[in-house]
Write a protein that binds this ligand. Structure first.
Ligand SMILES: *[C@@H]1O[C@H](CO)[C@@H](O)[C@H](O)[C@H]1NC(C)=O
Ligand SMILES: *[C@@H]1O[C@H](CO)[C@@H](O)[C@H](O)[C@H]1NC(C)=O
Ligand SMILES: *[C@@H]1O[C@H](CO)[C@@H](O)[C@H](O)[C@H]1NC(C)=O
Ligand SMILES: *[C@@H]1O[C@H](CO)[C@@H](O)[C@H](O)[C@H]1NC(C)=O
Length: 562
């Protein structure tokens, strides 16, 4: 009897172990040392990281909304110079508080920036000279055009243009175009149109976009706000809203292609708030194959249900579709869990980090529950079923109004989360989150230092302020050992991030024409710049050497018109 029982117990034990192993295999949970770690950078950065963008001066512009009332960054003086006193009026006066900051990565310090109108739920794009163009917002801010010209001396600040947008752009998306340093801005609440900034002529207005009308879900808070925008390398625009997508010629104001609807039900755009990326473009196919990936979102009816206190499970599926060529089909796969309000960050390795968000509900104040605390890593080139890994959990919920951006040191900066229309720090399920964190992927661990290319430098030609399209340029780095057989050179366009959107995020794997390593360990490489601004719109990119999956510290390069 005892033997039989023992056998049963061991069979039971073995099947449990086998199931566990299978799960580990499926979601790669086995590699405990490859899960990354979390670092707390600041306990109180004063404002909520609703919007974040990395400048080429290695600072991060962060802002919230001016209409949220007092932030946790009190000013001694208002921007108009009058003193902020300890009177009740001044203590509750929003103008006595900063709503935007600049974070300096190397010193881990912040300084306040000055906003004149409300940039709540706005959009942004870097211009070719590294200036951040930021568009729209709420009420008096909804047609505003703002510039932030990054500098090294902490003197720069927001500038508001006297010109206005044609339409109100609240929850709109923007993208830098290849030509003329122009940005396109698409959609927004009650606006079924797009427009350009700057305009080519003074009588240029906005253009109607019926696709936005068609994808608008009135009873669900829209489900097509913050449409996903990606520039295809054929020079056309990919626009995704709700469940549908088109290839659009902004030059001819014409829909070129209507793609099949993404399977999986539910919806992907605000307030369903899934996320999207274009997978890294590769010199091996001359950057001509462009593949989009959309992950997460909310179930059908989730927004209304959340209003009534019921929080439906978010979507679990991701879809991938090649948007170039002639045949288009969404290829679906499942994430390890249900997720919405998620950010998708392309890491220097070309892998996709899915981070932040929740498991249930929708976007908007108090509309989501069950924070997604585990990041997922997605390896696009692995075979189906082996692409996802579950990474190290954080203890800090990053729900609605949170964001994530890649830094030059290989880390991912995480800020924000506020599910309230004011700062609510106590006695709520999800308090307003002012802590600034970094997720540090495993590849930055000390034990990989010996594989890490160091002293990475980029040489521009004499008298050039950038690298021309198609041109060769030289880089140098040091490696104490022979390079791995896979050495990649990636160029990354830093996005403007908000509401699970990473506008303008783009990665290119560049061609290396020669690589020579001297006995000293110094490696000299000749790289080839991307062939055209359609492939890589002009501007600053983070260049990284990745040696067998271990990235160097990234350097800024600038691609310029001839
Ligand atoms: C400065 O701003 C405050 C708050 O908006 C306002 O009450 C005050 O009148 C302003 N003072 C001047 C000199 O503009
Ligand atoms: C970049 O271009 C914009 C728009 O033309 C301009 O406002 C800004 O001052 C320029 N920035 C730099 C650093 O030259
Ligand atoms: C979701 O959160 C609720 C509390 O808000 C909790 O009772 C429940 O167990 C959570 N569910 C999951 C799947 O984490
Ligand atoms: C790398 O750079 C540092 C400082 O810039 C220098 O001290 C060091 O010698 C360099 N190492 C190599 C191997 O070139």
């Amino acid at each position: 009897m005892a033997d039989k029982n023992g056998l049963l117990v061991s069979i039971k034990f073995m099947s449990v172990a086998l199931l566990w192993l299978l799960q580990c295999f499926q979601y790669g949970m086995a590699g405990g040392d490859r899960k990354g770690r979390w670092v707390l950078l600041l306990n109180n950065m004063g404002v909520v990281g609703v919007h974040m963008a990395l400048t080429h001066h290695n600072t991060v512009i962060i802002f919230d909304q001016t209409g949220v009332g007092p932030s946790r960054y009190r000013l001694r003086r208002r921007y108009n110079g009058t003193r902020c006193r300890d009177t009740r009026d001044d203590l509750t006066d929003s103008t006595c508080y900063a709503h935007s900051i600049e974070y300096d990565i190397s010193s881990n310090r912040i300084r306040p920036l000055e906003l004149y109108t409300d940039p709540w739920c706005s959009s942004g794009s870097f211009l070719s000279n590294g200036t951040l163009l930021q568009l729209g917002g709420f009420e008096k801010g909804s047609r505003r055009i703002r510039y932030f010209r990054p500098c090294g001396d902490r003197e720069c600040d927001w500038k508001q243009s006297k010109r206005l947008l044609s339409d109100e752009r609240w929850y709109a998306s923007s993208l830098l175009l290849p030509e003329n340093d122009r940005v396109i801005v698409v959609g927004g609440r009650r606006e079924f149109s797009y427009e350009f900034v700057p305009k080519i002529s003074s009588d240029e207005k906005s253009f109607g976009l019926p696709f936005l009308h068609r994808t608008y879900d009135r009873n669900a808070g829209g489900n097509n706000l913050y449409p996903f925008l990606h520039l295809s390398s054929d020079g056309n625009l990919f626009i995704f809203a709700n469940q549908d997508s088109i290839l659009f010629s902004y030059k001819r104001n014409r829909v070129i292609k209507t793609f099949p609807r993404i399977p999986g039900g539910g919806s992907r755009n605000y307030p369903s708030s899934g996320s999207s990326v274009i997978l890294p473009l590769d010199y091996k196919n001359r950057f001509l194959r462009v593949e989009v990936m959309v992950c997460g979102g909310a179930a059908s009816g989730a927004y209304r249900a959340a209003r009534q206190g019921r929080f439906l499970k978010g979507l679990r599926s991701c879809g991938r579709m090649v948007i170039t060529g002639d045949t288009h089909k969404w290829r679906m796969e499942n994430m390890p869990g249900h997720r919405l309000l998620n950010d998708m960050v392309i890491l220097p390795t070309g892998h996709i980090l899915i981070i932040n968000g929740a498991k249930r509900g929708a976007a908007g104040y108090n509309n989501a529950r069950n924070a997604s605390l585990q990041p997922y890593l997605y390896k696009p080139k692995k075979s189906l079923g082996r692409r996802f890994t579950v990474l190290k959990s954080t203890k800090i919920a990053r729900m609605y109004h949170s964001s994530a951006i890649l830094l030059p040191n290989g880390r991912v900066l995480i800020g924000g989360s506020n599910t309230h229309n004011r700062y609510a720090l106590r006695n709520v399920a999800y308090p307003t989150e002012l802590r600034l964190q970094a997720f540090v992927p495993h590849y930055m661990d000390r034990k990989y230092h010996k594989f890490r290319p160091s002293n990475f430098t980029v040489q521009y030609g004499h008298g050039h302020n950038g690298i021309k399209y198609g041109e060769e340029f030289h880089v140098q780095f040091h490696l104490g050992r022979r390079p791995n057989k896979d050495v990649d050179f990636t160029a990354y366009a830093p996005p403007f991030t908000t509401h699970s959107m990473s506008m303008n995020q783009r990665m290119l794997k560049l061609r290396s024409k020669s690589m020579v390593r001297a006995k000293s360990g110094l490696v000299n490489v000749v790289l080839e710049a991307p062939p055209s601004p359609r492939v890589a719109p002009p501007g600053y990119y983070l260049l990284t050497v990745v040696n067998g999956g271990i990235p160097s510290i990234s350097k800024w390069v600038r691609f310029i018109y001839a």
